[in-house]
Design a protein around this ligand. Structure first.
Ligand SMILES: [Fe+2]
Ligand SMILES: [Fe+2]
Length: 468
């Protein structure tokens, strides 16, 4: 890596990374600390019903020594020897089957609604009111819990947008775009110019209604599975390209050409046998070589379009090249910055969505992954735009603050990616605030995001995309 680039990369990592590591090393302050073990405590706890809407949710004993871990329980209890509460006593989790309460191998046991749980036993918990006692029947730590299934009231990503005078839901618009992308990619193999005309129409339509790109991006961030993986991925890369290119001031015509090229970037994947594309197991070397051939095939299939839109073959050919020369097929280092923009969002889209061989990571983890690479595989200017566009906590993600309050990111500061503006919806007891309020973390140094809770199960359950 050349020196100035590596210095710039280091600086960028420092800017983002130092705050990250400082935060990771900090003792995570407890969300709620309950102290005392008298009868009064028991009454106090039972009197105040705790509403639990966010999972996983744990309760445990407060440590005397600061703990370096991100797994600190949400509710910490000040307990004195002989301890009745284990360090991590119980956890409430949600998965495909429902909400579970699990005893975390506690020393003194757990009682739920009068029934004793064995160490490590997990039981399904119906939404509604429950009585939970930590540490056996006589323990003072008895809680009234209300487990609420509907965690996202008011937080849904499927908003309504007004499109040419009509109210349209983003999910429906996305579904139409997906269908259209699938069609135009299929048509390419019979009638190239008809397909390109379709791609241009779609691009013009979205550019004309630029305001819907953000909503579509947030919607597409949900890692859903589509029947045509290639079309689904191509549509997302197209949307991400449009989103990012609007931030760097690319001339309108180039932006249009680049977005069209993004739609075709993986055209060559249709030549890869379906059993390789859809293989559930790790790909072997030979299969990986077959996958890699898609850049060359895509370029060959689109090269005759060079006169009309040189970015189409260029993007198809070079979107897996990297500036450190680690890419393919030619391992070139000097790819055009426009192509690199697509390469970057392509990489990001892929790691944050399902593939038959693996699950997705969250956008937050995706940005971290790109920044933590040993060698910069993308130009620093592009990485900056990328952080600006995709942020560590993208708008619409749901986060828990160090105070325990939960809210939704409504705005980001490009220069302070870890300090978004959050609209708070729930207090630290999990109760819905009567009135939501906004806090700007950039001007509140004592507050920070403790956890991104827009996790996979959460997204799958609440943002399903009925494709196919
Ligand atoms: Fe590709
Ligand atoms: Fe791709």
């Amino acid at each position: 890596m050349d020196k100035s680039l590596s210095e710039a990369m280091e600086k960028l990592k420092r800017e983002v990374g130092s705050e990250l590591s400082a935060r990771d090393k900090l003792e995570n302050p407890p969300v709620v600390v309950l102290s005392g073990q008298s009868v009064q405590t028991r009454k106090l706890l039972l009197d105040r019903e705790m509403v639990i809407r966010h999972f996983p949710f744990s309760i445990g004993r407060r440590r005397t020594i600061p703990m370096i871990s991100r797994m600190e329980p949400e509710i910490l209890i000040e307990d004195v020897p002989p301890f009745r509460i284990s360090r991590k006593h119980v956890t409430l989790r949600r998965d495909e089957l429902g909400i579970w309460l699990m005893d975390e191998k506690s020393a003194k046991g757990t009682v739920l609604d009068g029934k004793r749980l064995k160490a490590s036993e997990a039981v399904l918990v119906e939404p509604g009111a429950h009585e939970l006692i930590l540490g056996g029947y006589t323990s003072p730590y008895a809680f009234s819990l209300r487990v609420v299934e509907d965690v996202v009231a008011g937080l849904t990503r499927d908003e309504k947008i007004s499109l040419e005078g009509k109210d349209v839901s983003v999910s429906l618009l996305y579904l139409h775009l997906y269908d259209f992308t699938r069609k135009l990619l299929k048509v390419f193999f019979q009638d190239t110019s008809a397909s390109v005309a379709m791609a241009q129409d779609m691009t013009d339509y979205i550019m004309k209604n630029d305001f819907c790109i953000d909503a579509l991006y947030y919607y597409s961030a949900a890692p859903t599975i589509a029947d045509d993986l290639i079309a689904h991925h191509s549509l997302n890369v197209f949307l991400y390209t449009l989103r990012l290119s609007s931030m760097v001031g690319i001339p309108v015509e180039t932006r249009r050409a680049l977005a069209v090229a993004a739609l075709y970037h993986d055209l060559g994947m249709y030549d890869v046998p379906a059993e390789v594309v859809g293989k559930r197991d790790t790909l072997n070397e030979k299969e990986f070589e077959i996958i890699k051939s898609h850049s060359v095939t895509g370029w060959k299939r689109t090269s005759h379009l060079a006169k009309e839109n040189p970015l189409i073959p260029a993007v198809a050919y070079e979107h897996h090249e990297r500036i450190d020369g680690s890419g393919y097929p030619r391992s070139i280092k000097d790819l055009s910055p426009y192509v690199e923009l697509v390469a970057m969002v392509d990489f990001f889209e892929a790691i944050t969505h399902y593939r038959p061989q693996r699950g997705p990571i969250t956008p937050h983890e995706g940005v971290r992954k790109i920044l933590n690479m040993k060698e910069a595989i993308f130009r620093i200017e592009n990485l900056k735009t990328f952080i600006k566009g995709f942020s560590l906590y993208p708008v619409y993600s749901v986060v828990r603050l160090n105070t325990g309050e939960v809210g939704q990111v409504v705005d980001v500061h490009p220069d302070q990616p870890l300090r978004p503006v959050v609209r708070l919806h729930f207090d630290s007891f999990g109760e819905a605030l009567k009135e939501t309020r906004e806090v700007d973390l950039a001007s509140n140094p004592n507050l920070y995001v403790r956890q991104d809770i827009s996790d996979r199960v959460f997204i799958d359950r609440y943002f399903p995309l009925p494709l196919g």
